[in-house]
Structure formats: structure tokens, C-alpha cells
Design a protein around this ligand. Structure first.
Ligand code: URA
Length: 236
């Protein structure tokens, strides 16, 4: 690939900035200053740009603890997106694997690996997603059974069986806390499921997706690269 593309893929600048910097002598390839932005390089080339070695990675993977108030999109003219929370330098082709509602917090995988995203999101694969939920309303054992049987929502949507674990119930405050595991990802699914048993979600946080669990050390808005073990668990 072209040297300017290699560098822009690695997020160190835009193609036009990079062309200028390369022409000024900012790039060294395999020990030689290269002033041609179209110079051919590949993943085995040793590329140094403005004094830093830039290794080529085809795919990158971040775990983000999504904060409330940010949208799960790659770009938006007006609103802050989850991609805005990834620190520079970052690739320009990143996207979130699935969506969390604006007010939902927790685990979101950000990558440029379309095949992995498809594997995790495809309805055929039934990847478990675990959420912690606080609701207004009293949850009970009959709700646990209804969730386990597969709810039918008021609009006729049939949900797959889901595991509902009631953590606590406050009769005084008329609230409950629970963990729910779903195996699909329909629009507002968790909120709609709770709503169908008369409970309104007041706080929602995703704790895990398939083999990936939210790192408890990540504050809302923080992210980190996936570890080798996590990548292996995901099969990449
Ligand atoms: N279900 C919801 O209702 N909202 C989310 O953000 C995720 C799952």
C-alpha cells in the first residue's frame, strides 16, 4: 500500500497532512528517508514517522465503558459519539459493535473488524449479553418465569428466553435491581422487556457481551485495548 495510506490508517494524520510531512522528509522506511507519499510499503516495513516507529495493525480492538449521554455512532455533526472517546492517534475506520442507548452505560467494543462485529451481532449466533438494571417497580418470581419462557411484547415481538436474576427489591421505594441476560439485541430490548411486566428502567449498564466482561477499573468514558486473552476468547 502507499506510505501515506499506511500512516493515515494508523491514525497519525490525514492523507493531505501526511503528504506534506512526507515530502518534507518526516518519514523513514527501512532506514531510508522517503519523500514520495506513494512509496510502496507493507506490514513488514519498518516505518518511522517524526521519530516514532509506526507499526501496522490491520485490526484494532478497544473496550469502552460507555458513559450516559453519548451516542453509539461512528460520527455525528452535533452529538458526541463513542468514537470521540477513543484517544488519538486512532484509526479513522472505527465503529461500535452494536448500539447502546444514549442513557445506557457499560461495555462497548470498538473496532474496525467487520467480521468479528458480524459474529457478535448476528441473530444466528445468540451471543449472551448481561445487563445490570435498576427499575421502578417490584420484580418477582413470576417475572423471572415470564422472562425464562420468552416474553411476547405488546407489539407482538417474541423475545427469546432470558435469565432474570433479582438482586434486591425495595417495597418502600417501589424499586428493584436485577441482572438480565439476553441472547438477541432488538431495539430498546431490555427496556421493552421490563416495561412489559410493568417496570420502567431507570438505569441500565451492560456488564458483558459473549466472553468479554467490562473491566471494573474503567471509569465511564475510559477505554483500553483488549488484552491478548480477551482477543483469544473472542477468537481473533
Ligand atoms: N436494551 C435496551 O433497552 N437499551 C440498551 O441500551 C441496550 C439493551
Amino acid at each position: 500500500m502507499r506510505l501515506d495510506k499506511y500512516l493515515s490508517d494508523m491514525g497519525v494524520g490525514t492523507r493531505s497532512e501526511l503528504k506534506k510531512d512526507i515530502r518534507k522528509g518526516g518519514a523513514v522506511v527501512d532506514g531510508e528517508v522517503i519523500k514520495d507519499p506513494g512509496h510502496s510499503v507493507d506490514a513488514s516495513s519498518r516505518v518511522v514517522f517524526k521519530g516514532s516507529v509506526i507499526k501496522y495493525e490491520e485490526f484494532v480492538y478497544y473496550m469502552l465503558n460507555k458513559p450516559a449521554g453519548v451516542i453509539s455512532a461512528s460520527e455525528d455533526d452535533r452529538e458526541e459519539t463513542v468514537i470521540d472517546l477513543i484517544p488519538e492517534p486512532k484509526r479513522r475506520d472505527l465503529f461500535p459493535v452494536g448500539r447502546l442507548d444514549r442513557d445506557t452505560e457499560g461495555l462497548l467494543l470498538i473496532t474496525n473488524d467487520g467480521a468479528l462485529s458480524h459474529r457478535l451481532l448476528s441473530p444466528k449466533h445468540h451471543v449472551d449479553k448481561v445487563y445490570y438494571a435498576e427499575v421502578s417497580g417490584i420484580l418477582n418470581e413470576s417475572d423471572v418465569e415470564l422472562f425464562a419462557e420468552g416474553l411476547v411484547l405488546s407489539d407482538g415481538l417474541e423475545c427469546m428466553p432470558a435469565d432474570l436474576k433479582i438482586i434486591s427489591v425495595s417495597e418502600d421505594e417501589y424499586t428493584s435491581k436485577a441482572e438480565i441476560t439476553i441472547r438477541e439485541g432488538k431495539f430498546h430490548q431490555v427496556k421493552r422487556m421490563f416495561s412489559s411486566v410493568g417496570a420502567e428502567v431507570t438505569y441500565l449498564k451492560r456488564l458483558s457481551m459473549g466472553p468479554l466482561s467490562l473491566d471494573q477499573d474503567l471509569e465511564p468514558g475510559e477505554c483500553r485495548r483488549l488484552s491478548a486473552d480477551e482477543l483469544e476468547a473472542l477468537g481473533v
